[in-house]
Design a protein around this ligand. Sequence first.
Ligand SMILES: Nc1ncnc2c1ncn2[C@@H]1O[C@H](COP(=O)(O)OP(=O)(O)OP(=O)(O)O)[C@@H](O)[C@H]1O
Ligand SMILES: [Mg+2]
Length: 271
Amino acid sequence: MESKIHKTGEQDRFIYNFNDDPSQVVMETIGMKVYYGDELAMHNDDIQFKKNNITSLIGPSGSGKSTYLRSLNRMNDDVARVTGKILYQGVDINQPGIDVYEVRRKIGMVFQRPNPFAKSIYDNITFALKRRGLTDKKKLDEIVETTLKQAAVWDQVKDSLHKSALYLSGGQAQRVCIARALAVKPEVLLLDEPASALDPVSTVQLEQTLRELKKDYTIIIVTHNMQQAARLSDYTVFFNMGEAIEYNETRKVFTRPKVQLTEDYVSGNFG
Ligand SMILES: Nc1ncnc2c1ncn2[C@@H]1O[C@H](COP(=O)(O)OP(=O)(O)OP(=O)(O)O)[C@@H](O)[C@H]1O
Ligand SMILES: [Mg+2]
């Protein structure tokens, strides 16, 4: 549904929504504000994320992309104060009494720098499962194989599952971290610039992986690379100074943006 351009303060904004078919919406933020100390870092970010789609978050450095992303699975709890609603499957997960570990199991995260644990590839993937009491080796083996295949890195690591994950290349390590995130069966996958440490070949492989994964997952990805956002995502949000300025189908954001600021940014005439 095309919503009107909202005028808030001095800024024009255009925010797409799926209110004509709410069953499509897996996550949504409503009236969310993020404060670092007394400083309001984010506001005006009412966004809905569509199931089995890839949504890119783009915008200049410091515009709040990571702040927004980390709020979605309560990763900001220790560093920021987050108010407002964060709906996951219709439930507000930004309220007291919510089990944040459960939230993070359902809404997995992959960070900018691949951060494998100093353990074997196998143990990286099974760590969280074992901690939750899964000991059946056959089951664990199965999950390791399935998730590494989903992350498109099985062929490269299947003969070194018991070697340290610290010796993997950046691209392999990033995909092992994706497999690790998938092992606990999340529904949403948050990725913060997952390709920034990767070479072009690994980047293309990662994008291919994400395209495959969107059949089973809802993916939200922060990227600085506008070609990547344009190639990969179904929907794109443009952030500026802590506000979502424009949210629409990716094609429209890049070819016919509705807000001047977005146009300036995507055409490289920004600032
Ligand atoms: N832990 C923190 N404590 C205080 N301020 C923070 C913290 N993290 C981020 N900020 C501030 O919040 C604003 C948004 O930062 P954020 O990291 O979300 O931007 P970003 O869009 O992800 O930038 P980049 O593209 O450089 O990663 C910035 O002004 C930043 O300085
Ligand atoms: Mg960031």
